[in-house]
Design a binder for this molecule. Structure first.
Ligand code: FAD
Length: 398
């Protein structure tokens, strides 16, 4: 009988995991099903580009997974029962169905996080999802010269959004509101460059400005001042979908599934979680941040661990670590901030056009890896041990 592996979510992490599993395991031994709500791959790291009117390459899953043996299921996951090993899905025609699994890979990613700030849900725009980016695109297209756009959040997404909007629409009055100082997590070289680009693009920066309320035409900051905003773009972090929290899985306070070094749930050994939905510890015992940079290696780790446990092979032992943070600052400018293994900036940074080119290569490479799920890695398919249940092959994580 085939071992049923069900992967929920075909973002960077889920699609990568499904492809790698298909590469690692013999088709006659496993049935791999990839469930996703949308029919094509969404390059989330380019949502600020989509919002500013750029068109992204279409990447239908049917093409990406053709010939790989991975079965695609276009459906929305509504619940997971990890005790009965079933997933409830709503198919595209609205029919509810139940999908059974032997091993589950949970990779439903995240959405925006309004953090409960008054007015955000009603008035702010977001670029954490494609529908959000498309709504902002429409709204920006309707703005006339001199109207104000405030991007709230001084992290990577906020910087990318503010610079992209200011570059694409120099006629608008673009501002960035950051809780701390501009780029305060960057090296001195990185900060200097960021400031130079932000100034050149004419972006007004409000530092130490925690936004406490959003209205249709302004944002209010903690000191009581207000900044006019015809459009507010909210980029203060991501929040995971509530599905995992509603299960008996052990989740962190954020709702992310707590996993060990092999990306396996610490409470349910037949469940793995990867990408934004998972809380895995990185170097320095810090949770890996929600990012494509950590989601893809997490997916490799999960797929290799599942394959190893099913085939009696050696568990992977690759440490998950960071190398750099790649920030686009519009299309012609960028910043590559080198970091320690646990993601703290070091003095070295790449700037300028070369950094923009490097960042573009990273985005293209990430999408290429997803679009070519069974290519680009060595390995041979291994037979699943049929004589014993998967659990009996488990070894301790390295
Ligand atoms: C504008 C922007 C810029 C970014 N830039 C960077 C960057 O430069 N570097 C970096 O490392 N990270 C960046 N990120 C973060 C990065 O995009 C995410 O961390 C990454 O997409 C997480 O991958 P994932 O596979 O876990 O989730 P996702 O990419 O969110 O994929 C989740 C998948 O699950 C599907 N799904 C969700 N809910 C359901 C459901 N109920 N049923 C069925 N399917 C469902 C979705 O359709 C999607 O296909 C950026 C994010 C944004 C928004």
């Amino acid at each position: 009988m085939q071992h049923r592996i069900v992967v929920l979510g075909a973002g960077y992490a889920g699609a990568t995991a499904a492809g790698r599993l298909a590469r690692r395991l013999r088709r006659e031994d496993v049935a791999i099903t990839l469930v996703n709500a949308e029919p094509d791959f969404v390059e989330r790291v380019r949502m600020h580009q989509l919002a500013t009117g750029q068109d992204l390459k279409a990447r239908p899953f049917t093409e990406m997974f053709a010939g790989t043996g991975v079965r695609l299921r276009l459906a929305r996951v509504t619940a997971v029962d990890v005790d009965r090993r079933t997933v409830t899905v709503l198919d595209a025609d609205g029919t509810e169905d139940s999908v059974e699994y032997d091993t589950l890979v949970y990779a439903l990613g995240s959405g925006w996080n309004d953090q409960g700030v008054p007015g955000v849900a009603e008035h702010a725009h977001q670029i954490a999802s494609r529908p959000g980016a498309l709504r902002l695109r429409e709204r920006l297209a309707g703005l006339t010269a001199g109207q104000a756009v405030v991007v709230v959040g001084g992290g990577l997404t906020g910087l990318e959004a503010a610079t992209e909007i200011a570059e694409a629409r120099p006629d608008l009055d673009v501002a960035l509101a950051a809780r701390g100082e501009l780029g305060d997590w960057l090296s001195p070289k990185g900060r200097r460059h960021l400031r130079k680009v932000v100034d050149r693009l004419g972006i007004t920066v409000h530092e130490n400005a925690a936004v406490t309320a959003v209205a249709a035409d302004k944002v209010t900051t903690a000191d009581g001042s207000s900044v006019p905003a015809a459009v507010t773009v909210w980029t203060t972090g991501f929040a995971v979908h509530p599905i995992a929290r509603a299960t008996t899985l052990e989740v962190a306070g954020t709702g992310r599934i707590v996993v060990d070094g092999t990306m396996r749930s610490v409470s349910h050994p037949d469940v793995y979680a990867v990408g934004d939905a998972a809380q895995a510890m990185g170097p320095g015992d810090k949770p890996l941040r929600m990012s494509c940079a950590s989601g893809t290696p997490m997916a490799w780790q999960a797929a290799d661990s599942i394959a190893a446990r099913l085939t009696g092979g050696k568990l992977p032992n690759a440490p998950l670590r960071y190398f750099n943070q790649c920030v686009s600052l519009g299309r012609g400018e960028g910043l590559i901030q080198y970091v320690t293994a646990d993601d703290r900036a070091v003095s070295a940074a790449l700037t300028g056009r070369f950094a923009a080119f490097y960042k573009e290569l990273i985005c293209k490479g990430a999408a290429w890896g997803v679009a070519n799920p069974t290519l680009g890695m060595p390995g041979r398919r291994r037979a699943v041990r049929q004589q014993a249940p998967a659990e009996s092959t488990v070894r301790t994580a390295a």
